[in-house]
Design a protein around this ligand. Structure first.
Ligand SMILES: [Zn+2]
Length: 367
């Protein structure tokens, strides 16, 4: 019965989706990822898991994207917010929506419907604003360095089914992210290439090397040699501690490079957001990171720095808010729908005055 139920609901989702997307057939053709990259930087907002957790729709700890089924409007709203603040890519919220993770939290029965609905939601929003839709694969925690062949047998089918669900609904390209093992990233790349889609593959640089022993620039170069369209880093590190690694990657690879740091103040002593400590040495990750959050201006500075370094696919990961994304877009010289409400602090009754004697007593109209 349960099997029947899932098949039925998937059919309903797909038929609704296909019906709702008929109008898009006539819409103007959306410029592809590779065409955009040839011309300019592509700006990409990630960080759905953290933002939806802050809003009360995701449980920290398991961090699975069940909000897609339980609170689809919350997911859609965040897609819309990232779209109107300048993200050119709307990413299906299937991070950790793979069989291993869903099974581990007892939600394996949601898997297929979750993946299909997530892609449909992302695509619906992307097409409202001429953005690209990306499918999303993530590390599985199942890669065993000592036994790559056995690992592949476990991981490959998980990536294959997620990629199949994504392509069934329709994506422009696939992102496979937060890998700590080159071996696992290569499995994802192979699956995506077999599906005939462009591949953006990124590592999470928690240590100086991948868990299977490659420095990051070497790991990226191998991905590039195997056909990845964009390679680089996402998550884990803030701008200050990710840039030195990006510089090495930019030197080593000849194609497009991705950089999506977390918006947290990581340091040489605490290079990853997992390392950040509260007073008393209690770990701040993942739900007490607020004191380390970077301002929109700091993320805007990162966007410009990355562009100057020759990074092509620039974004932001866990911790991102729409205000960061808008500031990054504007720093890259863009005006986005949410720019209508960008700050004009000269119009504020207090910040608009330089003279403290005046500013605490008169508003601009009280002069
Ligand atoms: Zn992240």
């Amino acid at each position: 019965m349960e099997q029947l139920y899932w098949r039925d609901s998937i059919r309903v989702v797909l038929s609704r989706y296909i019906a709702s997307s008929k109008g898009f057939v006539m819409a103007k053709v959306i410029e592809s990822l590779l065409d955009r990259l040839r011309k300019d930087v592509v700006l990409v907002a990630e960080g759905y898991m953290f933002e939806l957790e802050r809003r009360g729709y995701i449980k920290a700890g398991p961090f699975v994207p069940e909000a897609v089924l339980e609170h689809p409007n919350a997911v859609k709203e965040l897609h819309l917010e990232f779209l109107r603040t300048g993200s050119e890519v709307i990413i299906a919220f299937t991070y950790y929506g793979h069989r291993a993770k869903m099974k581990a939290v007892g939600r394996e029965n949601m898997l297929e419907e979750l993946n299909i609905r997530a892609v449909a939601l992302a695509r619906e929003v992307a097409q409202k604003g001429g953005a690209l839709t990306a499918g999303n694969l993530s590390n599985t925690w199942k890669y065993d360095t000592k036994n790559p062949e056995k690992s592949s047998k476990v991981i490959r089918p998980m990536f294959e089914e997620q990629t199949r669900w994504a392509t069934d609904v329709g994506v422009d390209f696939m992102i496979a992210e937060t890998f700590s093992h080159l071996g696992e990233a290569l499995i994802a790349l192979e699956v995506i290439k077999e599906a005939g889609l462009p591949a953006v593959i990124t590592f999470i640089p928690l240590q100086e090397k991948s868990c299977d022993g490659y420095v990051w620039e070497e790991a990226c170069s191998i991905l590039e040699d195997n056909g990845a369209d964009v390679v680089g880093l996402n998550c884990g590190r803030g701008p200050d501690t990710i840039i030195p690694i990006l510089e090495k990657i930019r030197k080593k690879v000849s194609g497009y490079v991705a950089a999506l740091p977390v918006p947290y103040r990581t340091t040489k002593e605490q290079p990853c957001f997992y390392d950040l400590k509260m007073p008393g040495q209690k770990s701040a990750f993942p739900v007490a990171l607020d004191p380390f959050l970077l301002t929109r201006f700091e993320m805007a500075d990162f966007a410009v720095k990355a562009q100057d370094m020759g990074i092509n696919y620039i974004g932001i990961c866990c911790g991102a808010g729409p205000h960061h994304v808008r500031a990054m877009a504007e720093a890259l010289g863009r005006s986005v729908p949410a720019s209508k409400y960008s700050p004009e602090l000269n119009l504020h009754p207090i910040t608009g005055y330089d003279d403290p004697a005046k500013r605490y007593c008169f508003g601009p109209t009280g002069e």
